[in-house]
Write a protein that binds this ligand. Sequence first.
Ligand code: DOR
Ligand code: ZN
Length: 448
Amino acid sequence: MPPARRFRDPPAATPPPTVQIVTGRTWIHGRLEAVEIGIDEDGYIRRVAKNLTGAPRRDFGEAILLPSAVDLHVHFREPGGDPRVESVADGTLQAALGGVGLAADMPNTQPPTDSVDRFQDRAGRARGRAAVDLLLYATPTRPGQIGPLGRVAGAFKLFLGPTTGIGDPPDPAELPGLLGRVAETGLPMTVHAEDPQAFRPGPDPLDTVDWDHHRPATAERRAIDRLRIAPPGLRLHVAHLTDPGLIPELVERAVSFEATPHHLLLEATRGDGPRRKVNPPLRRPSVRAELLRAFREGRIPCLASDHAPHSSEAKDRPFPQAPSGVPGVETMLPLFLEEVRRGDLDLGVLVRAAMERPARWLGQPMGRIAPGHRAHIIVIDFRDRQTIAARRLHAPCGWTPFEGWPAVFPKAHLLGGRPIVEDGEYVGRPVGQLRRPEFASGDAVAPA
Ligand code: DOR
Ligand code: ZN
């Protein structure tokens, strides 16, 4: 793991010189303005001004420069996944092309990442193979490992409900101790919030409407209730929120949360096949519409893909046997840039949800075009509207739930100032770093 670099340390007496200037327009103070961005040799933004001189320039003209997205929630499946379906190399390539500069990868690997040895094995496999930066979650299922894992992992993920690669949730009696130990590590913790005691037994689910009935939103509510015992020092985040009715309570409790493109844009429909089977399930149209309204109003702090690829063969099994999950790291930002292009979403709302807040949540010097932040920058031309087609995407699983949807893909992507995407094609090398949070001592536990 590279040594952590603290972005809030006092500036060095002689700041490293600017070695490159990138120009275009960017979103500053609530509007688009022409800017020049000075980048140092370590790939950090040094200066942002109207006019900079003294270094070679890369001019993007009228195009829009945004910070790369930070995706809090992906499943790249190493180790133990089917290498024909996904790997860290494949997943981070899709991230690069979709405008994601850091992906936080979940621990429901095989075996689950629940000990330091397993964590180090997984980190070793990722090193030198990631096209973008990577932060690795661990899961706190072995209590004795939580403290040691806290010294190496990027974050924790707690599964309160069963899902891919995860069986029984922790014993309720052990939950307070587990939450307390995680709080002591200072690392953020994301929770898969479904309480299986609220699942409804019944005949085999045959479509997404049945699946919603079987794993209802009350299961999400009950799991979130169970987290009330969390100590105040715990940085707590709820993954893939589906019930917009829970937003006021989460805000009041200062708990961070995310919504996914599939829960925002797709809904449970009679006759829908297992390709749309996800955990938690897609919800009925009125709930989905309310969730999207909340997102557009800026009331959902984070957007995250929950990229969870499965082979089309597995997804085409009968509904009860098909695995849950859809791919999405390459399409997340393009789908919502299209919402911005259409005028349905404010660019500032998207920048906060896809870039600023996830970066802050993970303690990363990213998500903003500002001095001291990594020069992870994407270049957008809103005239360049495309149609999503699985054959043009880079997911080895070869399918997408968003086939035929309009989208705006980044034209270019710089990682630490170096081009990794040009004219929509990957031109990089696997220079992504393994990252850990860099919280400053005064940082608020809850995201602003
Ligand atoms: O739909 C899902 N797929 N939900 C999860 O919680 C896990 C994920 C996966 O890993 O396939
Ligand atoms: Zn997930």
